[in-house]
Write a protein that binds this ligand. Structure first.
Ligand code: ARG
Length: 555
């Protein structure tokens, strides 16, 4: 990559590794660096400018204030165009990180509770990160850490025994959740119910068949409902080692914590205190001996480290669990399971509907299925073909989420998500579809590469660089950035960077489309514009697919 060549040249002159920036505005060049990195040595800066101007990579190397801006030569931009046409769906991918392994913990809905908006965010962002890292050559493992264990199942068992008005096999997740809510209401009046729930969970943990059976049925029914959501979203997670898988392994963690002397008893419970006074102790065992979410997360890390030896474990989980993960990461290091630096929590903010925050306890949790159905239904205004409406609706929902930094919360508005006016999934799908229809109209559905190649081996005719219009150059410059954008989005755990980029490309394409006639242009220019359009379509498709969004040829 050119970036590396530039770094190498500078290193040869200066002996140091400098940081090379990508200017936000492409008018400021394709790369830039700050001269302060070379101290006050203006001679060195001159040398660097001189070397960079002469190696054929750049058509302009320019000092503006304290920055050196580098403009890649048109020849290189056109070579990149040829590369896109040649590499197609693999364009932008690489295999540099083939040795590395990443585990992503995402989605993780809770059994017997509705699949909430928070889990939607986790699923969509987690899947995008999964795709990005796979594209960059990592071995990626997705693990759905289902909430299928914990004292709440004691409460569910008591509630079902007392109030369920139908066989458990027939209970929907909605009904399970209503029972859970009822338990809390009733327990406020009658605290004895809490004791019963504790006992029921204890029996469940001890493997008592009656409690086991109820629990298994809850898992089964919930998973059937969740699967419908995954099918609609087109998401398929490699593994689902839920919390219950770690029942036995938790004993090891407890023993290890004692052996390493990092846990201690406190008021009957077993806790892990932290050296950092701002971090409150975490609980390994409750007073009644029940294990916790924290203990299970530690056992999970131990399992993942043994099974996959990951270089990195990412947790795509709501921001409200920030303290939990801080405690888990510290404790894993104290237990000697893995270093803290290899663990990352990627917190996401809350989605709100206009009514305000939703909470399961109060039973106001919004049904995600309703939202999904609503958006797909609304998307039929674009096209009443059910497949296309589904693709457009789901693209709207996913993109609307991914276009923001994960940490930002937002108010969900289906009309905004579906709008063709702005930065939306449908707008990008529309741009992609528009390109496909131009190509079809040109009666060569995909331009055969061989036909596009000139006698001199180049994809476009020799004098092309001189004929390029500003709109074309600006598209070429934008296309050239794609591989780097993919890397940035992955390394910063920030799929929204890719969204911003794709939106920019789509806008540039639309300016190009308005300014530069394609089909009516003279033959060689028409060929070039078709190639350029094909490449833009390919980059949009590759980018959207990385975000977990399917494209269609017309909407
Ligand atoms: N089921 C949890 C919840 O809904 C999320 C689990 C996240 N992953 C983890 N390893 N703790 O809050």
């Amino acid at each position: 990559m050119i970036r590396n060549q530039v770094l190498k040249i500078i290193k040869e002159i200066d002996g140091s590794n400098i940081s090379l920036l990508t200017p936000k505005i492409s008018e400021h060049g394709d790369f830039a660096f700050h001269i302060s990195q070379f101290g006050e040595d203006s001679q060195k800066v001159m040398d660097i400018i001189d070397r960079l101007s002469k190696n054929g990579l750049f058509e302009k190397v320019e000092q503006k204030d304290s920055f050196i801006n580098l403009y890649v030569s048109k020849k290189i931009l056109l070579d990149e165009l040829a590369l896109i046409i040649e590499q197609k769906q693999t364009y932008g991918s690489n295999k540099l990180d083939e040795e590395k392994t990443l585990v992503i913990d995402y989605s993780a809905p809770n059994i017997a509770k509705r699949f909430g908006f928070g889990h939607l965010r986790s699923t969509v962002i987690g899947q995008a990160l999964y795709n990005l890292y796979s594209f960059l050559g990592w071995k990626v493992i997705g693990d759905n850490h289902l909430g299928d264990w914990g004292t709440q199942f004691g409460k569910m068992i008591v509630a079902i025994r007392q109030w369920a008005d139908k066989p458990i096999e027939e209970l929907s997740v909605d009904e399970m959740e209503a029972l859970y809510v009822k338990f809390h209401d009733e327990a406020e009046k009658n605290p004895e119910l809490d004791d019963q729930a504790r006992l029921a969970f204890k029996k469940l943990e001890e493997g008592n068949p009656d409690e086991r059976e109820i629990w298994q049925q809850l898992v089964k029914n919930s998973m059937l409902e969740f699967q419908k959501i995954y099918d609609l979203l087109g998401v398929n997670i490699d593994f689902a080692f839920g919390e219950s898988s770690y029942e036995k392994a938790m004993e090891n963690i407890i023993a290890l914590s004692k052996e390493k002397k990092i846990s201690k008893e406190s008021e009957g419970a077993l806790i892990v205190p932290f050296a950092d006074k701002k971090t409150p102790p975490a609980m390994l065992l409750k007073k009644d001996g029940a294990t916790t979410y924290f203990t299970r997360d530690l056992a999970t890390i131990q399992f993942r480290v043994e099974k996959w030896q990951p270089d990195l474990i990412l947790y795509e989980v709501g921001a409200e669990q920030t303290l939990h993960f801080k405690q888990v990461f510290w404790a894993s290091e104290m237990l000697g399971l893995i270093n803290r630096e290899n663990l990352f929590h990627i917190p996401h903010g809350l989605i709100r509907l206009k009514e305000g925050k939703m909470s399961t306890r109060k039973g106001r949790n919004i049904k995600l299925d309703d939202i999904l159905n609503e958006i797909v239904e609304k998307a039929t205004v674009f096209n009443d073909d059910p497949h296309i409406a589904k693709v457009v609706g789901i693209s709207a929902l996913k993109y609307n989420d991914l276009k923001r930094s994960p940490t930002t919360g937002y108010i969900f508005d289906p009309n905004e998500a579906l709008s063709l006016e702005g930065n939306s999934g449908p707008y990008l799908l529309y741009t992609y579809a528009r390109i496909q229809s131009v190509i079809v109209k040109a009666s060569s559905s995909v331009i055969p590469l061989k036909k596009g190649i000139q006698e001199n081996g180049s994809l476009v005719e020799p004098g092309m660089t001189k004929k390029l219009q500003p709109e074309e150059i600006s598209l070429l410059r934008a296309l050239f950035r794609f591989p780097e954008l993919v890397e940035d989005a992955a390394s910063n755990f920030a799929p929204h960077l890719l969204c911003t980029y794709l939106f920019d490309i789509a806008q540039k394409y639309s300016i190009f489309y308005e300014t530069c006639p394609i089909l009516k242009a003279e033959e060689n220019i028409k060929q070039f514009r078709l190639i350029l359009s094909t490449a833009v379509g390919q980059v949009l498709k590759n980018g959207l697919n990385l975000l977990g969004i399917e494209v269609v040829d017309h909407i």
